[in-house]
Design a protein around this ligand. Sequence first.
Ligand SMILES: Cc1ncc(COP(=O)(O)O)c(C=O)c1O
Length: 484
Amino acid sequence: MNKDLLLYEKSQPGRRTLRLGRLDVPAADLSALPAGALRRTPPDLPELGELELVRHYVRLSKKNVSIADSFYPLGSCTMKYNPVLNEAATAIPGFNAIHPLQDSGRVQGALAVMKRVADALAAVTGLPGVTLHPAAGAQGELTALLVAHRHFVETGQKQRKMVLIPDSAHGTNPASASIAGLQAVEVASGPDGLVDLDDLAAKLGEDTAVFMITNPSTLGLFETKIAKISEMVHAAGGLVYMDGANLNAILGVARPADFGVDMMHINLHKTFSTPHGGGGPGAGPICVTQELERYLPSPRVVEEEGGLRLDYDTPYSIGMLRGWAGNFGVLLRAYCYIRRLGAEGLLRVAQNAVLNANYLRVKLRGAFHVPYDRMCMHEFVCNTKNQREQGIHAVDVAKRLIDLGHHPMTIYFPLVVSEAMMIEPTETEAKETLDAFVADMLLIAEEAKHEPEKLHAAPVTTPVGRLDEGRAVKDPVLCYTCSH
Ligand SMILES: Cc1ncc(COP(=O)(O)O)c(C=O)c1O
C-alpha cells in the first residue's frame, strides 16, 4: 500500500485519527512518530464512485483468462482451484483485522489455524517439524537447504556442499541450491524417465549434502525406486529433500517420510487450493524430521498451558526468512480446504488427480506422441513428434488451443522432452470438461495433417496474435491506464 495512505494525521481537536484513503480509523497514540513522518495535508487521491471502480476492475478482469473462463491444463505446480468459500473465511474481521505483533492472548484463533495447518501437513507427510514461513515453493526449497547446511555445520560436516538434482527437475531446484551457497550437480534420468541409479551412485560422496528429488516428477512419474534411492543417499551421509510440488498426486496414499524423505516443501497453491501468488505472496511450508526441527525458521507456534504463542527462543534456528511467521491469509485458505475435505476427501484429491490425468493420456496418445506412455500420476507429457513432418511445434498446438477456448498447457518443460506439452487436468475438473478438451486436441491433430497453416497462424481470436515472447519478457509494455 502506498505509504501516503498510512501516515496522514487528521487534526481534530481532542481526537487523532489515521486516514486510510477515505476511511477514518481511530488511532492509538501517534506521538511516538517523528513529526516529519506525519502528513499535514490529505493525499491527492482520485475520487471515484463505486460504479466507476467496479467497471475498472471488471474491465481489467475481462482482459485476463482465468479458471473462471475456461479449462486450464497447465502442468506443474498449478492447482488453479481457489474456492470462493476460502475467500469468505479470510473476510472475517477476527482474521483480517489482526496484526502479527498483537499479544498472542488476543489472537488465539489465528494461532490455532496456523498450528492446525502445521499439524495437518505433518500428518500427510509423516514429518513432524513444520515451518509455515516460506512464501512460495521456491522459498521453501531455499529454507530447507539452509536448514540442511546448518545441520551439517553443527555436526562438523561443513564440507557437504553438493546438491544432487535429477535432470528433469524444475529450474527452481538448482537456483535454490546456488542461492543457498551450495553447488548443484545434475543426475541423469534413465530411458524410463526415472533417476539413473548408476549415475546417482557415481555422484554420491563425502561432499554430498542433499539429494533433491521431485516425486512424482515433472514427467508425472512416480519414482518407484525412491526407498532404495533414500537408502543410498543416507548411506553416503546425505539428506533426502523432496520437492513436494506434486504432493496432490499421493496425498493420503503415501507419506514421504515412509520412503526416506528428510525434508520437503509443499506448495499450498498446488495441493491445498490457495492462490499461487506468482512466487509469493503464496505459501510453501516445509516439513522436516525431528532431528532437523530445531534449525527451522523462527518464530513458530507452540502450545503450552494456557494456550498458543509464537516462540522466538530458538537458538539453533536459521532465523527469519521473511517477515512474521507465515502468509496468514493463504494459510487460512488452506485450512478451510483441509477442513472441508477431511482425511477422506484429501485421499480423493489424489485419486481424482491421477484418474483425470490418465484419462487424458489414454485419449490423446493415438494423436500425440507420449514418450513415457505408462500409468502417470497427476500429469503427463506428450509432444509433437507425430506432427513433425507438417512442421508443427508445441507452440502451434498451444496457440491453436487458445482459439478453441482453452488455456494452453505448459510447453517446452520439462527440458528432457523435446517439444514437450505437459498436461495436468487437476482433480477438480469434470469429465465433460476433459472430453471437450480431448475433442479439441483431436481436432488440432487433424488440422495439423490437413491444414497446418491454421496452426501456424493461431491465435486469430485474440486482440493480438503471436507475440515476440522473448521481447515481451525483456521489453514489456506495461500500462495500467490503457483502455484498449
Ligand atoms: C516441481 C516444482 N518445483 C518447484 C516449484 C516452485 O514453486 P513456486 O512457484 O511456489 O515457487 C514449481 C512451480 O513453479 C514446480 O513445478
